[in-house]
Design a protein around this ligand. Sequence first.
Ligand SMILES: [Mn+2]
Length: 329
Amino acid sequence: MIVAVADQSAIAQARRMATVVAREVGFDETASGRVAIVTTEMATNLLKHAQTGHVAIDRVMDPGGDGIQIMAFDKGPGILDLARALEDGYSTAGSPGSGLGAIRRLADDFAVYSRPDKGTILLARLRRGGAEAGLGLVQVGAVVDPYPGETESGDGWAMVEPDIGPMFMMIDGSGHGPAAALVARTAATAFQSLRNSNCVEVTEALHRTLGPTRGGAAAVAYIDRPNRLVRFVGVGNIAAAMVSDGQMRRMVSHNGILGHAAPRIREFTYPFGNDVGLILHSDGLSSKWELSDYPGIMAQHPSLLAGALVRDHRRSRDDASVVVAKAKV
Ligand SMILES: [Mn+2]
C-alpha cells in the first residue's frame, strides 16, 4: 500500500500502516519498533530532501523469508554523494541527520537508486529471520497498491520455485474492492498449490478455479533454466517483459478474462542469455516506459525498478501491482 507524503501527518500514517503489516508478518515488539523507526526516518527524509514523495509498504514473501518492505520514492534533486549521505551525522538538510545511516543499520536489506534531478528510490527490508541469507537462485521485488480508498487489492501475485526454476503468476481481478480481492486470493492460493511447471496447464487450471468468481486478467511466466527460455502465457491486460544481456523484450498476451472467456491459452517462449530478469505489471501502471529510462537499475535490487515504475507510471483509478525478478542462470 502506498502513502503520499506531503506533510508531517503523513509520517504518522505511514508508520501506522507499517506497524499493521509488521504485526501481520508476526514481528515481535522489538522488531515492530525497528519497522516504525525505519518508516519514520524514510518519510521524514522525503519531506526534508524532496518536499513530497511516496512511501510504499509491502509484505515480503519470497525465498529470503517473510518480512516487510518499506520503500520511499520521490522526484526530488537526488542524492549527489551517496557515500557521504550514508555517514552518520551527515545531512544535506542541516538537521542532526541520523537518516540514511540509521536506516541502513536497522534494515536487513538496504538499497538506493538515485539520479540527479530525477529523484531517489530508497529500499529497506526487515525480515523475521534476518538478512537474505536464505536467498537462493532468484531475487524478487514487488509493490502492490489498492484502488484509492480500498483496503484490499484486486491485484495480486505469487511465485513458486519448483526444483527446475522459478514461476510467477500475476492476477488483476475484474473491478476493485472485496470481490476483486477474492479473485486475487483464489488465484494465488490455487497457483501455489498446483506446483506444475507447464504454463498452459497452470493457466487452464486457474481458468477453471476462477469460474465462480468475477475472473480477471492473468499471466504466468516460468524461467525454464534447463532450456534457457522464459515461458509465458498471458490472458487479458497484464504487461510483461523479459530482460537478458541488457536487452528487454515485451511478451505477448491474448485477450480474454480468465475464469470467464479465455479463447486462447497459448504459450510464447523467449530465449535468454547470460542472465534473466522478468517484469510483470497490471494496467494500474501505464506500459509506456522504457528500461533505458533507468540506467543500471537491473544491476540492483529488483524492488528498486518496481518502485521506479510505480513512481513514474501509476494510474490513479485502479489497483496496481508490479513484480520484478532476477534469476541466476
Ligand atoms: Mn486493473
